[in-house]
Design a protein around this ligand. Structure first.
Ligand code: GLA
Length: 360
């Protein structure tokens, strides 16, 4: 049944240094939109979406070869399009304690743990893939067994994500995970989008349904305080605003100035809701983010510095793309007041996020 579902094609995306093959799946819906996902990191590498005249263009930052993605002692690129876990974002000092036992993780974003760690983080491993029937569009399911102790995390964790390109022009990601020992789980997608398909995203207009944010220290680790966005450069809620307008006041350490913070969506996103909208007035493209998660990281590609060159020769300079990573709050395993992220044996972790590609 693999290889043959309407709207899905599978091709080779080359080999890892180990010789292991990486595949690329292309989903195409009836409106002509397409999304590409590779098995390495269950990574979204491309989204072709229409502008207001109906012309399709690339809106997702990415690369056309596996070497540009592969972890090589360090990340080859900053998580572009990857499925991130076991714990997306930061865990303070790379430590957490469950049932009196302390677990130690890589402090790969010193002094903290970031995005699941190093070579066995979910974004740096090759997932299995299977084309699956879904009622709302072409779809592929990616699965990976993360073994007890991988990256220091407890338990054998079976993780999966189904990518569907729906006929309503959304890229939908449905995540699931089970474990045989209690373990923190926080899965997200780290796609960088640029709705013009060139230049920077400083002229895009943003709305985020976050009335407050988790305050971060100098290393972006939550202090535990939840502060209102009112009268800060983080207020995209009461009035949608152009991303570039207040970016110099958005925080960060020189030269990586810009937005990199977790918005608190509670109680807004209880259930399933649109939590962010980005509009590019040039092309008319409008991205809507829908999720059931309590938080969303807004990041403006502050660390991009022009050294990475993507598909089609596109140089990724600072602010070439924005990320809207739906998530549980950073460092939840160490913050008692934040919503729980410990998955127990017998439970199934489930979460869903959609990126809708619309025009206005
Ligand atoms: C997340 C983090 C950022 C940065 C990027 C990748 O958005 O919050 O600090 O690490 O990933 O560079």
């Amino acid at each position: 049944m693999d290889e043959e579902m309407a709207g899905v094609t599978k091709a080779s995306f080359g080999k890892l240094r180990s010789g292991e093959p990486v595949d690329i799946y292309t989903l195409t819906n009836k409106n002509g939109l397409s999304a590409k996902i590779i098995t390495y990191g269950a990574t979204l590498t491309s989204v072709m979406a229409p502008d207001k005249s109906g012309k399709l263009g690339e809106v997702c930052l990415g690369f056309d070869n596996i070497a540009a993605y592969e972890f090589n002692g360090k990340p080859a690129q900053p998580y572009m399009g990857a499925t991130v876990g076991r714990y997306a974002n930061r865990i303070g000092k790379g430590r957490f304690t469950i049932g009196g036992k302390t677990y130690k993780l890589a402090t790969n974003n010193p002094p903290n743990h970031l995005h699941g760690g190093e070579s066995k983080a979910l974004c740096w491993v090759n997932w299995k893939a299977q084309i699956v029937p879904r009622p709302d569009g072409p779809a592929v399911q990616f699965t990976y067994l993360s073994k007890d102790g991988d990256e220091g995390y407890p338990g054998n964790v079976n993780a999966s994500v189904i990518f569907t390109l729906t006929e309503a022009n959304t890229v939908k990601m449905e995540y699931a995970a089970t474990t045989d020992k209690p373990c923190p789980i926080n899965l997200t997608n780290h796609a960088y989008f640029n709705l013009k398909g060139s230049g920077t995203i400083l002229d895009h207009e943003l709305y985020i349904a976050g009335k407050s944010y988790t305050e971060g220290d100098d290393d972006l680790l939550p202090t535990g305080k939840i502060l209102p966005v009112t009268d800060t450069p983080y207020d995209f809620f009461t009035q949608p605003a152009i991303i570039g307008d207040r970016i110099n006041a958005a925080g960060g350490k020189e030269p990586a100035i810009g937005y990199d913070l977790n918005y608190v969506l509670l109680p807004g996103a209880k259930g399933y809701a649109t939590v962010a909208r980005v509009h590019d007035h040039n092309t008319g493209r409008l991205l809507e983010v829908r999720t059931d998660q309590p938080g969303i990281q807004f990041y403006t590609g502050n660390f991009l510095d022009g050294t990475l060159v993507g598909r089609g020769g596109w140089k990724y300079v600072q602010y070439s793309g924005f990320c809207l990573e739906t998530q549980h709050f950073p460092d939840s395993p160490n913050q008692k007041s934040f919503p729980n992220t410990i998955l127990q044996p017998g439970q199934t972790y489930r979460t869903k996020t959609e990126y809708a590609f619309l025009v206005k």
